[in-house]
Design a protein around this ligand. Sequence first.
Ligand code: CDP
Length: 230
Amino acid sequence: MKNITIAIDGFSSTGKSTIAKELATKLKYVYVDSGAMYRAVTLYAMQHNLISEEFFLKERLIDALNNIKLAFKFNPDLGFGEIYLNEVNVETEIRNMKVSRLVSKVAEIPEVRKKLVEQQQQMGINKSVVMDGRDIGTVVFPDAELKIFMTASAEKRAKRRFDEFLDRGEQVTFAETLKNVEYRDHIDTTRKDSPLVKAKDAIEIDNSTLTRKEQFEKVYKCALEIIGSD
Ligand code: CDP
């Protein structure tokens, strides 16, 4: 079987990570959640009082980038790597609403993107990787053999994310969740550096009405067509 690179991009809460994890498990590939890296940098900025709803000390964050060490460590119970920020597991903390409100501002900074993209490219150097994010098929791995672009209506996406927040016991409203999803979509698609766009050669999947199983089968079939074609 041929080793390939699989890039999964799309709007917030489109189920990219679900499909990426399932594919990686099935193919015995490494799964990398690039969004977790932007979230971890945001958490660092919050912990060091460099960003809040009111202010953003961008230059100070850029100066501090060399102090930020990110790593994924495989958790066999979960079947994927959890993210560590300077040796601390922050996998759960980075998913909260406070980080979600600020992450797209951090992800707009070219210096931040440069650092994270380099690390992502390094992680995919041997192929056999499934990475999800916003710019994976366009910037990180423009030569990826399989590119998927996931979409779904904003309401559907906000409902999914709201249910995740509730499961984790976070006190947020549906309206707030929808607002955050739409806000990030806007910043992510309009930023100057690596905006979220569908790569020309990406396969678009709208999963508004697909079950998890149907979605998996669709993407897995696409992967097998490539992997088996050599
Ligand atoms: O899971 P969700 O769709 O909420 O987003 P995520 O994948 O955790 O990404 C969080 C944020 O990081 C996005 O809204 C983007 O602002 C940024 N991001 C990015 O700019 N480029 C990536 N490759 C991945 C995430």
